[in-house]
Design a protein around this ligand. Structure first.
Ligand code: PML
Length: 280
């Protein structure tokens, strides 16, 4: 599901784009409101569509003008993976949150320059619909469509694994859709050998917890990573310098991946324990 609204500041450019391309679908001049993905059994489809529509209509980023829903039959069996272990760091302000992000990413092999680049992408007023790909040392942005980024698609979780994940998250009082979907996405992303780490800051103005994820340290939730009411945010995937971009985009956008096994979900963990954990 993709929900968007017209960007009134670009209405002339938007009209021109629609004339030249198509009347439906998203133009680069629309504002992203919300999106959701999943792999589901046929019998669950109508329930899920209703849930997605309710979510799009009630999103804190505003009322959408367009909600696009696409259904696709899977042609191949999905690749099966385990979820990343989940922990929360005890950041109490934006300053400590950014410092923790910096420390974890540097320990995961990301250069300070690449981290600065990631923060500057997320500060941009134009929220990306997808993720930016940034090389881990030189900090170059290498995804081809800078307005769109790369969309992680075709990802899901089995019913059994979803039940275990929900129970584990409930134990930490964080059993909400936002967290579950972020863990599923981060686990697919981390399963690519091209990607060293991910930084995510929600673009939801009411949601101020982000995360840093990697195979090395797992999914680390970072409270207070942004100011309340800010609509800025996004995702950056830090990739190896010699990444085959086409191959990576093909994996992220079109290979189906499903979580069948759930890793530990700890509560609040101090930075030194996270850095000592090294799951690799
Ligand atoms: C999003 O809005 O999709 C990002 C969600 C980040 C969730 C972080 C967490 O609380 O674990």
């Amino acid at each position: 599901m993709r929900a968007s609204k017209k960007n009134r500041a670009h209405s002339t450019k938007r009209k021109k784009y629609i004339q030249q391309h198509s009347a439906s679908g998203l133009t680069p001049y629309d504002i992203h409101v919300s999106g959701a993905e999943g792999l589901y059994k046929e019998s669950d489809i109508s329930r899920i569509i209703n849930e997605y529509i309710a979510r799009a209509i009630n999103h804190p980023r505003g009322k959408p003008d367009t909600i696009a829903i696409t259904l696709e039959k899977l042609r191949r069996k999905p690749l099966t993976i385990s979820s990343l272990p989940v922990k929360t760091i005890n950041s109490r302000s934006r300053v400590t949150a950014e410092r923790f992000v910096q420390k974890i990413l540097v320990s995961a092999g990301i250069s300070e320059h690449a981290i600065e680049k990631a923060f500057s992408i997320m500060q941009s007023p134009q929220t990306l619909r997808g993720a930016a790909l940034v090389t881990k040392v030189s900090g170059s942005r290498i995804d081809p469509d800078k307005q769109r980024g790369v969309r992680v698609s075709r990802l899901g979780i089995t019913e059994k694994a979803a039940g275990i994940l929900s129970r584990n998250l409930a134990g930490q009082k964080i059993n909400i859709t936002t967290v579950k979907e972020a863990i599923i996405l981060a686990s697919k992303v981390a399963s690519s050998q091209h990607i060293m780490a991910e930084l995510c800051i929600s673009d939801d103005p009411d949601y101020t917890t982000g995360y840093v994820s990697s195979r090395k340290y797992g999914y680390v939730r970072i409270p207070h990573i942004k100011r309340k009411r800010s609509k800025k945010g996004g995702r950056v995937f830090f990739v190896r310098e010699n990444t085959d971009v086409e191959e990576l985009i093909e994996f992220l956008e079109t290979s189906s991946v499903i979580i069948i096994k759930i890793a530990d979900c700890s509560g609040v963990v101090p930075l030194h324990e996270i850095l000592d954990s090294n799951n690799k």
